[in-house]
Design a protein around this ligand. Structure first.
Ligand SMILES: *Cc1c(COP(=O)(O)O)cnc(C)c1O
Length: 381
């Protein structure tokens, strides 16, 4: 009866136009007509990545592109510097291990951004490091890492710079060419506001040189095959893509082009600012360090005396708003508000208002109206 408001870091609300695009009839994926759709979609993807290089769409979730990024440049024993500051940073390390690479681990306290100088120190000492993996927006902790600064450092070394922008591309500043990123990956269901199930990847010339020289053990995700098919005119994919999701991606990217990437990022920045102001005014504490706060997801410490089950349960059952819980050791200790994709001012105002009522009901001491007032002040300033 009620449509749930998804305030989670993906899947995010999908525009009716995108849902409608998905209901179109199937066409031959080896036809000129599909090639046109693929080309348009790839070209828009490159615009969103802000790169002159080609982009490739993979049928699979964001993790497929993470695996493609590492798997294609790693052979047995290759050293990859993995920055571990949350669940997704750890995933890159697990993928490195899966592809027989040798992870060099840089531990970062959860809730903090990585200090780029530590990356420099490690690269300075170990010239065998073949690649550095960084998660731009650590969705598990609500932290944004300084990918522009890291790019300036990695550029001076032989290592490839791999960045996961799954929960930031389309919602925060990402300049693939401007930041010297060699391999950048993203997923469909977060800031791009398409349904889950598609991932995108773009590679620099340096990255392709390494891919061409690496004896990798990928098959479905072998980027050489994607390039070979993608270079055809019109382009193709090596295996049958999700035709319906391609329609959806194209339409979701059309919407981004219409809104304008800069306006879209600004909208996300304001939503993040309003969310942080709102929860702080309620007397709650943010999990991420203030100078590392994400523009697309906010992690909040669970207030004393309130359980995750009651808080998110009340939000869901009474107000039809879905929030995200904590992951791994943060389960029960934080909850997260996703403010990514087609998020509006109304969504933030509603969420903070419902959170205020929920906390009041659960016996948390607060002054009614303060949260919403803080959100309003951000939006009116
Ligand atoms: C969501 C997410 C992923 C990929 O997750 P999938 O479930 O495979 O789509 C990867 N990295 C980050 C930072 C994410 O937020």
């Amino acid at each position: 009866m009620y449509e749930t408001l998804l305030m989670i870091p993906g899947p995010t609300r999908v525009a009716p136009r995108v849902l409608k695009a998905m209901s179109k009839s199937m066409i031959n994926h080896r036809s000129a007509a599909f090639g046109e759709i693929l080309k348009e979609t790839n070209d828009m993807m490159s615009k969103v990545f802000r790169t002159e290089n080609e982009s490739y769409l993979l049928t699979g979730s964001g993790t497929a592109a993470m695996e493609a990024a590492v798997g294609n440049i790693t052979q047995k024993g290759d050293k990859v510097l993995n920055i571990l500051g949350g669940k997704f940073g750890e995933r890159f390390m697990q993928i490195t291990e899966t592809h027989k690479g040798s992870p060099v681990e840089l531990e970062v306290e959860w809730g903090h951004a990585v200090n780029p100088n530590y990356i420099k120190d490690i690269l300075e000492k170990d010239e065998d490091i073949k690649a550095v993996t960084v998660v731009h927006n650590e969705t598990s902790t609500g932290v944004a890492n300084p990918i522009a600064e890291i790019g300036k450092i990695v550029k001076d070394y032989d290592a490839l710079y791999i960045v996961d922008t799954v929960s930031s591309l389309g919602g925060d500043d990402v300049f693939v060419d401007g930041y010297n990123i060699d391999i950048c990956v993203t997923g469909s269901q977060k800031c791009l506001a398409a349904p889950p199930g598609m991932a995108a990847i773009t590679l620099s010339d340096d990255a392709w040189n390494v891919v061409d020289k690496t004896e990798n053990d990928t098959y479905y995700l072998n980027m050489r095959k994607y390039k070979k098919s993608g270079d055809k005119n019109p382009p193709e994919t090596p295996y049958t893509p999700s035709v319906s999701l391609m329609y959806a991606m194209r339409e979701a990217l059309n919407i981004i082009m219409e809104e304008g990437l800069d306006s879209r990022i600004l909208r996300h920045k304001q939503a993040a600012k309003a969310t942080r102001a709102g929860v702080k005014a309620l007397g709650l504490e943010l999990f991420a360090e203030p100078d590392a706060a994400s523009n697309t997801v906010t992690a909040i410490k669970m207030p004393e005396g309130v359980t995750d089950k009651d808080l998110r349960g009340t939000m869901r059952n009474k107000y039809h708003i879905e929030l995200a819980g904590g992951q791994d050791h943060l389960k029960g200790n934080v909850f997260r508000i996703g403010h990514m994709g087609n998020i509006t001012q109304r969504d933030i105002i509603t969420t903070i208002s419902a959170l205020e009522m929920t906390l009041k009901e659960l016996g948390f001491d607060l002054e009614m109206g303060k949260g919403v007032e803080a959100v309003e002040n951000v939006y009116l300033s």
